[in-house]
Write a protein that binds this ligand. Structure first.
Ligand SMILES: *[C@@H]1O[C@H](CO)[C@@H](O)[C@H](O)[C@H]1NC(C)=O
Ligand SMILES: *[C@@H]1O[C@H](CO)[C@@H](O)[C@H](O)[C@H]1NC(C)=O
Length: 371
């Protein structure tokens, strides 16, 4: 190769360029794969702004670090996890499905169907009234496919959906906004925790199978974080910064059973469709050693009030930290953009401790070889 750089003629150089252009042209020109997002507030990019519900992030200081500097409906100071994944796969951010801007060719980028407050169960987040629950998100996905089909035809639509990346984030609210919503909730009287977890996992399995039946073939499924350690729970249950025991127990039962369920589905389907994202371990890392990730705290929220800034909502009247990058939590429940960035780094290159059975960079490499 030394001679190639040192002494080849221009003609040979052009010849080489042409060859490499021909070899790589199809991949360079190929549109980035579509991206679909389903789930709750951790991944909602603004659908709830179009709905009559209180579960919204539509006021400052939400969005303070977003390029628009406006509250976009994302539960973040800036970008959220779906935005950062879009950036990594070379796509524009997916628009909320309810956005009037989501028309024409923009549909081909994908869509975000997530809605803050929802859970695996239909009655989770019932206090938020008008939100898009999981079955309705999938109904919208069907409608989306019909709209795309009218644009590019049914065959190309199936291809687009089969080749797409999907992110699914559910489950946290089935504890926080259902089982543990109030002391002695109807659910907690109906089920012991050790029976409730397998119940919601079996309901989740049905949702994922429906998603598969609708054409999804690469689905990132996030577990729940350490639910008892979020600022909202610390504010209510913690004297010395220790995490709330019951919710920690819930997360420690739920996450391994989710892993087993995903693994079972993949075996049944005979392919690696579902990829478990161990967000609990990722958050545990921040809490164990915040400094190693550039955080001054993984307990106190940047925006809020009361102990740990964990009481009530993040509003224009709340305390807001000046440097959002040194807080793992933006508000009482949701990660800062910086924490989301670190999570997406692990999604890209994490070991099997974080990404089962494989990380996103491996998936992208595998799938591009299939083209
Ligand atoms: C949730 O609602 C959908 C219809 O909206 C229904 O098909 C499904 O069975 C419900 N799930 C449960 C667990 O009741
Ligand atoms: C994850 O990504 C890294 C870097 O791309 C790669 O070396 C590693 O083998 C991957 N691990 C798994 C389990 O896919």
């Amino acid at each position: 190769m030394a001679t190639f750089c040192g002494s080849t003629s221009h003609l040979v150089l052009i010849f080489h360029l042409l060859i490499s252009l021909c070899l790589f042209a199809p991949r360079v020109e190929a549109a980035p794969r579509a991206f679909f997002v389903f789930g709750d507030s951790l991944v909602d990019s603004g659908n709830n702004n179009y709905l009559a519900t209180t579960a919204r992030a539509d006021q400052p200081p939400y969005g303070i670090d977003h390029p628009s500097h406006r509250a976009t409906g994302r539960f973040s100071n800036g970008f959220n996890i779906p935005d950062l994944i879009s950036q990594r796969i070379g796509s524009e951010p997916t628009l909320p499905y309810l956005s009037p801007e989501l028309t024409g060719r923009k549909l081909l980028v994908g869509a975000n169907f997530a809605s803050a407050g929802i859970g695996i169960l239909n009655d989770t987040g019932i206090q938020f009234v008008n939100i898009i629950r999981a079955p309705a998100q999938l109904d919208y996905f069907k409608q989306y496919q019909q709209r795309v089909s009218a644009l590019i035809g049914p065959e190309k639509t199936t291809q687009l959906v089969n080749n797409a990346l999907v992110l699914m984030t559910l489950g946290g609210n089935d504890f926080v906004n259902n089982y543990y919503l109030v002391p002695l909730s109807a659910r907690s009287r109906q089920y012991k925790l050790q029976d409730y977890v397998p119940f919601i996992i079996s309901e989740y399995r049905k949702i994922l199978l429906r998603l598969y039946a609708m054409g999804a073939r690469r689905v990132l499924v996030t577990g729940t974080g350490p639910l008892g350690c979020v600022p909202a729970e610390l504010a209510q249950h913690s004297r010395n910064g220790e995490c709330a025991t019951e919710l920690q127990k819930a997360a420690s039962l739920y996450n391994p059973q989710l892993d087993d369920m995903l693994n079972g589905l993949n075996q049944e389907l005979g392919r690696h469709v579902f990829v478990g994202v161990n967000t609990r371990q990722m958050h545990n890392d921040f809490m164990t050693n915040p400094g190693a990730y550039g955080f001054v705290t993984a307990k106190v929220a940047c925006c809020g009030q009361g102990p740990y800034n964990g009481i009530g909502l993040c509003t224009p009247l709340s305390n807001v930290c000046s440097n959002r990058d040194v807080y793992a939590f933006w508000d009482a429940f949701h990660p800062s953009e910086k924490a989301s960035r670190l999570i997406v780094d692990q999604i890209m290159v994490g070991t099997t401790e974080y990404m089962k059975p494989m990380n996103l960079s491996t998936i992208l490499a595998l799938d591009s070889n299939l083209l």
